[in-house]
Write a new protein. Sequence first.
Length: 214
Amino acid sequence: MPKDIRVKICGLTRAQDMEAAVSAGASFVGLVFFPKSPRHVEIATARKLALTVPPGVAKVALTVNAEDALLDAILGEVPLDILQLHGSESPERMAAVRSRSGLPVMKAVGVAEAADLAALDTYGRVADMLLVDAKPPKGAALPGGNGLAFDWRLLTGRRWPVPWMLAGGLEAGNVAEAIRLTGAPMVDVSSGVESAPGLKDAARIAAFVQAAQS
Ligand SMILES: O=C(O)c1ccccc1NCC(=O)[C@H](O)[C@H](O)COP(=O)(O)O
């Protein structure tokens, strides 16, 4: 019987990719505001993409240690539902962003080993949602979207008092196993549904959503 797993497709840069994510049944769509990323979108582009998203699909803006000026510029133009903080934002900064924006905040936490799990407990007390992602390798240019998985067994028995998503190296071929091992109620993918960095593939998106929900 299909499970009620919700999917976030992150790093959408083109209208056809947004359409593919929505048609495939994504519950969340992510727009990356980080110029070093191949998935970065300018604010005007993000606005156009966001305006095509139907009600019921949550539009997530992803920033990395963004200052207020950037957040205000994004929020002033782009209709959004959730802010994803993907840098080293402290719990205090996160709370400040939430009250400035009036939006729920999802904090991304990188995991590579058991010692990384403490941060999930900390942010799980203050964030509205958690994104449990793979920790980027040392020296990586990007803090996320690296197509790298972590040992999902680290999450066995771990739960937090807020909704959470699993991310990191997921693709159609491994997402069902990742859900089985972690009990994740939601999953997030970027590289695993691309044909090249920043360019999504409609068939891969559809296969991913189907595999996650099968
Ligand atoms: O995707 C990016 O380019 C990116 C850049 C800077 C910070 C975060 C970024 N992505 C974060 C995400 O939410 C990704 O979907 C998540 O890390 C999973 O990525 P992947 O392993 O490629 O599926």
